[in-house]
Ligand binder design. Sequence first.
Ligand code: G4P
Length: 293
Amino acid sequence: MAEEAMRQIQWFPGHMAKTRRMIAANLSLVDAVVEILDARIPQSSRNPEMDRMVGTKPRLLLLNKADMADSAMTARWIAAYRAQSSLAIAVDCRSGKGIRQFAPTVQEQLLKALLEKRRAQGMVGAPIRLMVVGIPNVGKSSFINRMAQSKFAKVEDRPGVTRNKQWVKIGSDLELLDMPGVLWPKFEDQSAAQRLAFTGAIHDDIMDLEALASLLLQYLVTTYPAALEQRYHLGDLSALQDGYAILEVLGKKRGMLVSGGAVNTERAAIMLLDEFRSGKLGRITLERPEQEA
Ligand code: G4P
């Protein structure tokens, strides 16, 4: 029943095609690509076509919303990317934590060779141009706003001056090209769809929330049992069959009953998802690097 709920998810291929065209058309204008991921779901929040779209352009992965992810797991993800020669840093664009690493990572690692070449050629004033990509809601606007407030080398008097609709100029040394969200044409990978739904990246109105909450509980009870216990004090759950049975226990514990005494599992599901998404269950990562899984 839980798995069925996710089959209803539909995306809109039109958006995807438009974004793909825009990325292709603008790639030659930038020095590198900043791909923003959700640190709670670094794999599922990646567009599977991005590698092909970006090609050989240098790329920096930003694991955003790191404040909501399990910090030990985030460190493992960054190490796993490094092992594949991909540069990644963890940031929290809401508070600005980690943003300070961005400029040195770009200047001293990502584009080191290019900047040295430019210096050797006497091209000192040329700004670094970066394309910012990521699925909707991952934090692209938050990142751009943060950068507009940050000190990327020298900041002008009026930071964040928009050159046109998509280019955002940060001081005199950096220009960001904002790309609209890239969506999957359809979800081939159901587990990715589920994880995106857990975080709220997919609109709830197209899903069965009880099924979704049951799947989340199944994950939490095996991977983060202490977080679940600390928040809800459900006691020993080992005799229960599945996530739906845990959802019933949770609803009962919170006094969510309908007339006749049955548990209002829909209310319980909405509460669980809300609390998970607002961080009340603590810092949780929903997937681990593949080689460790
Ligand atoms: P987008 O442009 O990629 O679509 O994403 P956007 O920046 O609009 O961010 C989507 C939501 O994620 C926003 O919350 C934003 O505040 C939140 N967010 C972005 N970065 C971080 C982060 O590093 N940590 C946390 N915890 N949240 C982050 P919202 O609820 O839609 O809006 P609001 O609460 O900011 O008003």
